[in-house]
Design a protein around this ligand. Structure first.
Ligand code: ADP
Ligand code: MG
Length: 271
């Protein structure tokens, strides 16, 4: 298939996102997984809009559909119904290789397990997407390591880095192409709580430092409290969303979350 050159152009990532366009729009997303003769509904009628520079946490218990949602936003999975738009472009309708190219240009991914290449030093792990064909953004790998506080660890291989340092390298790698949106799936799940909080602080500062929008999925109130807004998922459905402005701390957020989820359980029991 031939792809038009202009269609394949990247734009200039985060800074080019129009102020009038949402960074992310999802509308009526549904995803089912087939399991033998039955099917599991992982996500149902999920809609939300995220503005450029926002930091949003999607919170839900294990199995609530968080990773499914993140994979749909990243274009790694296709929805059965509904649409995903990033910077106004509908990725759910894009075919390969355009989708692959769009993902490389516009989306940074961070996982719980860091997913670094063990034989490469930190600096080459950060450069790896570019070596694999992704565009180089305005910040070189050295500058990104400085941004995440690891300029003194650039020659260390992953086994010579702490868990928190490895996650910082993974975040720097996710930023190499100046993505419009950074997606993180349980980014502190393998870290102790002090290190996890430092990673959250770093994620919180990214919109200011790089202009990117941040979406984190987590089951931890200690992570969600750093976000501007929290969206609550349960059994693949969005229950509600709320601003963290008036919440004092993670304890207050945990109490709010418990109320929402247990209220939904009682409604479920009554029907
Ligand atoms: P979370 O990330 O919140 O733990 P997931 O999105 O991983 O939730 O899973 C949501 C639901 O979909 C769960 O019931 C899970 O068992 C199911 N699921 C996820 N991936 C698959 C798959 N590849 N095949 C079948 N079922 C799946
Ligand atoms: Mg998950």
């Amino acid at each position: 298939m031939s792809v038009d050159r202009e269609e394949m152009a990247c734009g200039s990532g985060a800074s080019s996102a129009s102020a009038t366009l949402p960074a992310l729009e999802m509308d009526g997303l549904c995803k089912r997984y087939r399991q033998g003769t039955t099917s599991v509904v992982a996500l149902q009628q999920f809609s939300m809009t995220v503005q450029p520079g926002e930091f949003v946490a999607i919170m839900g218990n294990s199995g609530s559909g968080k990773s499914t949602l993140l994979n749909l936003i990243a274009g790694l999975t296709r929805p059965d119904e509904g649409t995903v738009r990033i910077d106004g472009e509908e990725i759910s309708a894009m075919r390969d290789p355009r989708l692959t190219h769009f993902r490389r240009c516009k989306i940074g991914l961070v996982f719980q397990a860091f997913n670094l290449i063990p034989t490469l030093p930190a600096i080459d792990n950060v450069r790896l997407p570019v070596l694999a064909g992704a565009p180089q953004g305005p910040l070189a790998a050295e500058e990104l390591l400085r941004l995440v506080g690891l300029q003194h660890r650039s020659t260390h291989r992953p086994d010579a880095l702490s868990g928190g340092e490895q996650q910082r390298v993974a975040i720097a790698r996710a930023l190499i192409s100046q993505p419009s949106i950074l997606l993180a799936d349980e980014p502190t799940g393998s870290l102790d709580s002090v290190t996890g909080q430092a990673i959250c602080r770093l994620l919180k500062e990214l919109p200011r430092d790089t202009g990117c929008t941040v979406v984190v999925v987590t089951h931890e109130p200690e992570v969600a409290r750093w976000a501007d807004r929290v969206v609550v998922l349960r059994d693949g459905r969005k229950l509600t969303e709320f601003s963290t402005d008036s919440l004092q701390d993670a304890g207050a957020l945990a109490a709010r979350y418990r109320d929402i989820v247990s209220g939904a359980s009682q409604e479920g029991d009554a029907t």
